[in-house]
Ligand binder design. Structure first.
Ligand SMILES: Nc1ncnc2c1ncn2[C@@H]1O[C@H](COP(=O)(O)OP(=O)(O)OP(=O)(O)O)[C@@H](O)[C@H]1O
Ligand SMILES: [Mg+2]
Length: 308
């Protein structure tokens, strides 16, 4: 694993000039390899299909595929031989008791674990059939395409506007920044609440608003996939409902993977569910099936609240 990057932030740190001016989720997938960093995120490039000869995800072929993924902290396995698909423009929930490896697995998907010393991954995580851990893949480009929202809202101590504009700005965004800020805040269902106070501190927002700001900030980077680690755990039921409505709308343009401890939330919003226990994938399937007709006894016990 690449542990040379010690500059941990939730914003990719890069100087790519090809940052796209408009959201176009149906555009061909950009490349994520070192040799093509200028092309990352630029819809006008040839895209992955042409540059690698590999097809883009289709209905038949998931956008992401975990193949026999094991993740170790030193010699301790936190995730063991886990395989499941993550279909495009769907919400996939990862559930399971505390310590079962959900966050570890989620962070592996955008190479965030690279920042943790002594982490080792075996197996493959395929994104449009390209192994995210192959040597020629640029982890910074991966994080730009696969954004992450954390459990605790973590806005920068800057204005609402600057929170959104900062990432695209350092990436050389060439379009209209006010338009991008407005569009991102609208996508995150926050615009109406903040449009008259864009230059107020982001820290003056409520917790639920801060979390939507963090979602807007991630969307401003125009990712392909949104990873969310318990994004509602610090929120009240109304803010949670806001975020859930938002996710439901976003999935027409984004692929979402969410870790949640709320069975109701997983059942309400996700299309597919992966249930993990002590690092193992116990069951994966359609959310309706996992919650109403689980194949494994452990799953049934967990989703009905009889253990964990
Ligand atoms: N940086 C780390 N170094 C060593 N071990 C770690 C590290 N992070 C997590 N672990 C261990 O890996 C295992 C999985 O942790 P992880 O945080 O992925 O679980 P989780 O399912 O997300 O739990 P929770 O629901 O409590 O957030 C746990 O045993 C944890 O102690
Ligand atoms: Mg966790």
């Amino acid at each position: 694993m690449n542990t040379s990057e010690t500059n941990f932030t939730d914003m990719p740190n890069c100087s790519n000039k090809g940052f796209p001016p408009q959201v176009n989720p149906s555009a061909p997938m950009p490349n994520i390899t070192h040799c093509d960093t200028q092309a990352v995120g630029n819809e006008k490039t040839d895209g992955d299909a042409q540059t690698t000869g590999k097809p883009e995800a289709t209905e038949q072929q998931p956008l992401l595929q975990l193949k026999q993924v094991s993740i170790f902290y030193d010699n301790n396995a936190a995730v063991r031989k886990t395989s499941f698909p993550i279909p495009k423009h769907k919400i996939t929930a990862i559930i399971g008791p505390s310590g079962c490896g959900k966050s570890t697995l989620l962070r592996a998907i955008n190479r965030m674990n690279d920042f943790i010393p002594n982490v080792r991954l075996t197996g493959k995580i395929l994104y449009n059939n390209q192994d995210l851990y192959s040597k020629n893949v640029d982890p910074v480009a991966v994080r730009r395409r696969i954004g992450m929202v954390f459990q605790k809202p973590n806005p920068f101590p800057k204005s609402i506007y600057k929170n959104i504009a900062w990432g695209p700005g350092i990436n050389g965004y060439q379009g209209s920044m006010p338009e991008l800020v407005e569009q991102s805040l609208k996508q995150a269902a926050l615009w109406n609440e903040v449009k008259n106070r864009l230059h107020d501190s982001a820290l003056s927002l409520s917790g639920g608003q801060q979390q939507r700001l963090c979602i807007a900030r991630t969307l401003a980077m125009q990712p392909d996939i949104l990873l969310m680690d318990e994004p509602c755990s610090a929120l009240d039921p109304i803010s949670t409902a806001h975020i859930e409505d938002l996710l439901f709308k976003l999935k027409s343009n984004y692929t979402i993977v969410i870790v949640t401890h709320s069975m109701q939330q997983a059942a309400r919003i996700s299309d597919y569910t992966a249930f993990m226990e002590t690092g193992h994938l116990i069951e994966y399937g359609d959310t309706d099936q996992v919650f109403t007709l689980p194949k494994q006894k452990r799953t049934e016990e967990y989703v009905t609240g009889r253990f964990g």
